[in-house]
Design a protein around this ligand. Structure first.
Ligand SMILES: Nc1ncnc2c1ncn2[C@@H]1O[C@H](COP(=O)(O)OP(=O)(O)OP(=O)(O)O)[C@@H](O)[C@H]1O
Length: 234
């Protein structure tokens, strides 16, 4: 079966990623098909590199990869239209001066009429509890508000896949819960969540643990987390 025909949302066969003179990911073979997928592992194990790889932000050095049936090396623009990426630091994703303008900026590629943009932006602001902040300066928001804005900008495009790399890393408990609830809410998207928060990983349908740039285990989250805890105890 070719990678394009693969039924798995994310399919890797023998994938390697070399950055500079380091083999950061080695011989990754993985089929991920659950709606919500946790990626866990120690610092430096390769999780963010994996997230960037499946987002099409970096290229593999070897092997086969398809994400939503698309090879990111060959159809990067198509993949970018269908996925959204969220990082720990929302400042990297906030571009426009006001909150409403920043959400509207995410829709620029769709070339919609202004009234349609406004309707989508208003609906998304409402969903993320940002309506009252619509005209506020986006750069003056608190860290928690900025992360909600980054999520709002990601979800307003109705992505098929959201790839979130430690999205709650800098948030207090209440904002972490809010952000996680939005990520897990079923709005027809799949979620790949890189996290050190094992309670969040446990909420996922499938989990992968990375160790030393390789996949150490994949499967049902409770079993994969137990395996990871064994690794940490070594
Ligand atoms: N551009 C690069 N050039 C060389 N090595 C890199 C590069 N980017 C990452 N690495 C190395 O790859 C390894 C994996 O990094 P990565 O950021 O993917 O780990 P991680 O599991 O996300 O870690 P953390 O939990 O600390 O965020 C690390 O040893 C890192 O130093």
């Amino acid at each position: 079966m070719s990678t394009v025909e693969s039924a798995n949302a994310i399919h890797l066969a023998g994938v390697g990623v070399r950055l500079g003179d380091t083999d950061v990911l080695r011989d990754i073979s993985l089929d991920l098909n659950a709606r919500t997928i946790a990626v866990i592992g120690e610092n430096g194990s390769g999780k963010s590199t994996f997230a960037r790889l499946i987002s099409g932000l970096i290229h593999r050095t070897s092997g086969e990869l398809s994400v939503l049936g698309v090879d990111p090396n060959r159809k990067a623009a198509e993949l970018r239209r269908r996925i959204a990426v969220v990082f720990s630091n929302p400042d990297a994703q906030i571009i426009m001066p006001t909150v409403a303008e920043d959400v509207a900026f995410s829709l620029r590629a769709d070339r919609l009429p202004p009234a349609a943009v406004k309707e989508k932006v208003d609906t998304a602001l409402e969903r993320f509890g940002l309506t009252a902040l619509a005209e506020r300066s986006s750069h003056d928001l608190s860290g928690g508000q900025k992360q909600l804005l980054a999520l709002c900008g990601a979800f307003v495009r109705n992505p098929e896949l959201v790839i979130a790399d430690e999205p709650t890393a800098y948030l207090d408990a209440r904002n972490s819960r809010r952000v996680a609830d939005h990520l897990f809410e079923d709005s027809g998207h799949r979620l790949v969540l890189v996290t050190h928060d094992l309670a969040l990983a446990e909420r996922c349908d499938q989990a992968v643990v990375f160790a030393g740039g390789r996949v150490d285990a994949v499967g049902e989250p409770a079993a994969v987390i137990a395996r990871y805890e064994e690794l940490l105890a070594c």
